[in-house]
Design a protein around this ligand. Structure first.
Ligand SMILES: [Zn+2]
Ligand SMILES: [Zn+2]
Length: 171
């Protein structure tokens, strides 16, 4: 845009030692390749991207409280079910948990999304994922202390795929 042939060499506004020909197409500040964020409308500087995101995120502090209030008990119930029931089915338990863990993650994510009125918050996925981690951790510890190493697999699968699904769904 502003790149005329006689453009003086510019330096990234965040890395004053890095020369660059790139500019943010919103505010025009020079940005280096590392800082430039590719968006559907062109390269933007991190500040402009953040400003756009702030408009995008309509949720607030209370939504995090609601999210924890919903996600934590739900996660505890699920963790207990996985640890004490699914893990004891035997042969099929790993297979079942591979299928059930993403479904459970999706269920938790959707329940939270409804509870917060579908508002978006920047750290919502992290908060909900943390609830699942906090909920599963004592069950993992309990299983570990009982010396049942194979018993770690089922809650482990829940943790891994549950968190993955939550992060993907609540972005
Ligand atoms: Zn900018
Ligand atoms: Zn830079």
């Amino acid at each position: 845009m502003s790149e005329a042939i006689d453009d003086p060499v510019a330096f990234c506004y965040r890395h004053p030692e890095v020369e660059t020909g790139l500019r943010c197409n919103r505010c025009g500040k020079p940005i280096c390749v590392k800082c430039a964020v590719r968006t559907p409308v062109g390269f933007r500087c991190p500040d402009c991207v953040r400003q756009q995101q702030d408009k995008f995120y309509t949720g607030g502090g209370l939504d995090y409280v609601i999210a924890v209030a919903v996600a934590l008990p739900l996660s505890l119930i699920v963790a207990a079910i996985f640890t004490f029931f699914v893990a004891r089915i035997g042969f099929l338990s790993w297979f079942i948990s591979f299928i059930a863990a993403p479904a459970v993650g999706g269920l938790i994510a959707e329940t939270v999304r409804r509870a917060v009125g579908r508002r978006r918050s920047r750290y919502l996925s992290a908060v909900v994922a943390a609830c699942l981690v906090v909920a599963v951790a004592p069950f993992l510890l309990l299983t570990l202390l009982s010396g049942n190493l194979f018993g770690l697999v089922v809650p482990g699968i829940l943790l891994f795929f549950g968190v993955g699904t939550i992060v993907a769904r609540l972005r």
